[in-house]
Each structure stands twice: as C-alpha cells, then as structure tokens.
Design a protein around this ligand. Structure first.
Ligand code: HEM
Ligand code: HEM
Length: 178
C-alpha cells in the first residue's frame, strides 16, 4: 500500500532556536551591565580590568553563538501575517542579527586598535592592528555612545512588538518563542 506523507507546517520555534534566542538576549543584557559596572571602578584598577574582561569575553561568546545560529539555518515558523507584516518582521530580525554580529566586531576593533590584548575567558588575543588611531576612530564611532541608543531603541521596538502581539493582538508570536 502506498504511504502518503503530509507536511505539517512548523508552528513554533525549535529548541535550538529558542536556546540561541534567549541566551543571546541574556548575554546582550550582560554586555550593558558589565560596561555599566565598569564605570564604577577606578581607572586602571583590578576591578576595571575584571569588568572589561567580562565584557570582552561575553561579547565574543555572543559573536560565536550568532555565527552558530546563522550556520544552523534555523527555520522560522510561518507567521500568518500580511505581506507587509511579514516584511517588517523579517526586516527587524535581520537587522537584529546583523547588529548582534557587528557589535562584537566593532568592540574588538575598538579594543585592539589601541594595541590592547583582548581577553576571552583567560585566553589572550593579541591585537592584529598594533596602535592604529585611524582604525580606532572607526571602532570608537561604531562602538561608542551613539551605538548604545540605537541598539537599545531597536531592542525596545522588538520587545514592544512581541508584547503587543501577545497582549493586544492576542496571537501566538510570543508563545512560540518560549
Ligand atoms: C553584543 C556585544 C556587545 C555589546 C552590546 C557591547 C556594548 C557596549 C557598550 C554599550 C559600551 C559603552 C559605549 C560607550 O559608552 O562608549 C561598550 C564599550 C566597549 N566595548 Fe562593548 N559591547 C559588545 C561587545 C564587545 C566586544 C566583543 C568587545 C571586545 C572584544 C568590546 C569592547 C568594548 C570596549 C573596549 C569598550 C570601551 C570601554 C571603555 O574603554 O570605556 N565590546 N560596549
Ligand atoms: C525580553 C527580550 C525579548 C523578547 C520578549 C523577544 C521576543 C521575541 C519573539 C516573540 C520572537 C519571535 C517573533 C516571531 O516569530 O515573529 C523573537 C525573535 C527574534 N528575536 Fe527576540 N526578544 C527579546 C530580545 C531579543 C534580543 C536582545 C535580540 C538580539 C539583539 C533578539 C533577536 C531576535 C531575533 C534575531 C529573532 C528572530 C528569530 C531568529 O532568527 O532566531 N531578541 N524575539
């Protein structure tokens, strides 16, 4: 007897997708917390070095996770949105992924272009640039004060959209990511 296979539409994010998403969210929060705590430490103190190292180590981890997430070709569940809604959703997610890749790269450039050694959980990464003021200026521009507000605004918009779907549109957008 011939068997028929019916393809069931994917309605929720897979476990690895949820793992990548929520670990990235926690790590991004920790990036802001470490740099904030660093601000309380005295210049050139052991505490300042500790928070800088925590920032660079966790930041490189975010980069690694995002690369893994992109390589793993996670399938996004169908949303049932209008074409415009789908466009906005995809555009926001792609922007967040690009930002999550660019932040650690620009952070590393900001660190290394002043010939500083970057710490990754005790493993020292030497600077490939040496002391390079023009490269540092790019790192500083991309990984400085203004960047914080852009990133926080994007995340706020993303979270507001998730909560709006859950509480106002009362659909499954948030549920399928938890
Ligand atoms: C998703 C990852 C990251 C986020 C969200 C993030 C966020 C931030 C924020 C908000 C600041 C403060 C900017 C300012 O006030 O000028 C900062 C500073 C900095 N970040 Fe990151 N960062 C990330 C990854 C990295 C990585 C991977 C490195 C290095 C390998 C790094 C190195 C630095 C350095 C050197 C500073 C300046 C610290 C100082 O001297 O004041 N960041 N980062
Ligand atoms: C409390 C904070 C957060 C909440 C409540 C949240 C909620 C969600 C929800 C509900 C989805 C699924 C949306 C859909 O299927 O259309 C999603 C997807 C996504 N979120 Fe978040 N999110 C949060 C933080 C973040 C952060 C900090 C980032 C990265 C900077 C991020 C990046 C993404 C990406 C890239 C996707 C697309 C799924 C994927 O490609 O893995 N989210 N988020």
């Amino acid at each position: 007897m011939a068997s028929t296979s019916v393809s069931v539409p994917q309605t929720t994010y897979t476990l690895p997708a949820k793992f990548y998403h929520w670990s990235t969210a926690v790590l991004i929060a920790s990036m802001f917390i470490t740099i904030w705590l660093r601000g309380f430490a005295e210049s050139k103190s052991a505490a300042q070095a500790f928070w800088t190292n925590a920032h660079t180590s966790l930041g490189i981890l975010v980069f690694g996770l995002t690369v893994l997430r992109l390589l793993s070709r996670i399938r996004v569940p169908e949303s049932g949105e209008s074409a415009f809604g789908e466009f906005l959703r995809t555009a926001m997610h792609r922007t967040l992924l690009v930002v999550t890749l660019l932040l650690p790269i620009s952070g590393f450039v900001r660190m290394a272009a002043r010939n500083r050694v970057t710490d990754f959980f005790g493993y020292a990464i030497a600077s490939p640039f040496g002391d390079a003021p023009s490269i540092y200026a790019i790192g500083r521009a991309l990984h400085g004060d203004a960047m914080q507000y852009v990133v926080l605004a994007l995340i706020a918009l993303h979270v507001a959209a998730a909560l709006g779907h859950h509480y106002f549109l009362k659909d499954d957008t948030l549920r399928r990511m938890v």
